[in-house]
Design a binder for this molecule. Structure first.
Ligand SMILES: Nc1ncnc2c1ncn2[C@@H]1O[C@H](COP(=O)(O)OP(=O)(O)OP(=O)(O)O)[C@@H](O)[C@H]1O
Length: 278
């Protein structure tokens, strides 16, 4: 029987949540997902951005890299189902296998476990033309039906924005919190607040902000050039009382390694010390 039929307008009289109970239920949402018996994930952290193209996948991979450098066991779950980019960054083009317990993640040359829709498609160029319930179902399967094994950190590369996938992950995946990637452009900064507000409404901790494309270092004189304008991340961090985890410059060497699908070889100091902040 539907709740609408059960509820009478008079039931709301005198209730502090009058008119909002449906919304509250939606925000509280379903039970958290549980992984299989061979998986134990100590920390799950989602990487989000207000809009596309700010370098969210890059920051996800840099976070994973930093933790690998510290000897941690790390996985990346590519929850960007319609625009997956993690496997290509590492040059992984194999199809994922499965056993009786679930899907087996691929392992990159630096030992990072990854799962992405691109590891399951017949052709990696095939578009994913699925409705939201299918997409969110796949994301949930990537958490609970992948045999991740023991992980210190699972980083979740989310699709941009505040749509169905973030809603599902925030409600059903037991994440420690989110890291928000932004860039100095004003437009990006203003949509970032939507992600911050969504996290607040859903009681998801915001662990910190990362500013990508922060500056470009002149190869001759070492001067830092603010290509996309002066950073305003301090303002944003102060306003919302969120720590700044890192400022990542435009780095032609990383861009080249990504183009060559050799992200595993990246070694940069931009996220040094980030582990103490999250
Ligand atoms: N700091 C950087 N220096 C140089 N190149 C970068 C940097 N950050 C990202 N890039 C490059 O910019 C492109 C877009 O980055 P990325 O795929 O991480 O963005 P995204 O925010 O995940 O995109 P989308 O939201 O559309 O999935 C990639 O080719 C990546 O290699």
């Amino acid at each position: 029987m539907s709740t609408e039929k059960e509820c009478q307008p008079s039931d709301c009289e005198g209730c502090a949540s009058a008119g909002n109970c449906g919304q509250e239920q939606q925000m509280k949402g379903p039970e958290k997902l549980v992984t299989g018996p061979s998986t134990e994930i100590k920390h799950a952290i989602a990487i989000v951005s207000g809009k596309g193209g700010v370098g969210k996948s890059m920051v996800t991979a840099l976070m994973a890299k930093r933790m690998k450098t510290l000897g941690k066991k790390v996985g990346i779950m590519d929850a960007d189902i319609t625009g997956p980019s993690i496997p290509k960054m590492y040059g992984i083009h194999k199809k994922a296998m499965a056993n009786e317990e679930g899907m087996i993640p691929e392992v990159t040359s630096d030992g990072t476990k990854i799962m992405s829709i691109n590891l399951l498609l017949e052709n990696q160029e095939d578009p994913v033309i699925w409705r939201s319930p299918i997409i969110t179902g796949v994301v949930q399967q990537f958490y609970k039906d992948v045999v991740w094994g023991d992980l210190d950190y699972l980083f979740i590369d989310m699709p941009p924005g505040t749509g169905d996938v973030p809603l599902t992950v925030f409600q059903t995946v037991p994440i420690d919190g989110i890291i928000i990637v932004t860039s100095p452009q004003d437009l990006v900064r203003s949509v970032v607040e939507k992600s911050i507000n969504m996290a607040e409404v859903m009681n998801v901790p915001v662990l910190g902000l990362v500013e990508n494309y922060s500056y470009l270092k002149c190869p001759d004189c070492g001067k830092e050039i603010a290509v996309f304008g002066e950073s305003k991340i301090e303002e944003l961090a102060k306003k919302h009382k969120i720590p700044i985890l890192a400022k990542v410059p435009i780095d032609a060497n990383i861009a080249e390694l990504v183009e060559e699908e050799r992200f595993a070889e990246v070694s940069v100091p931009y996220l040094d010390g980030v582990e103490k902040l999250i």
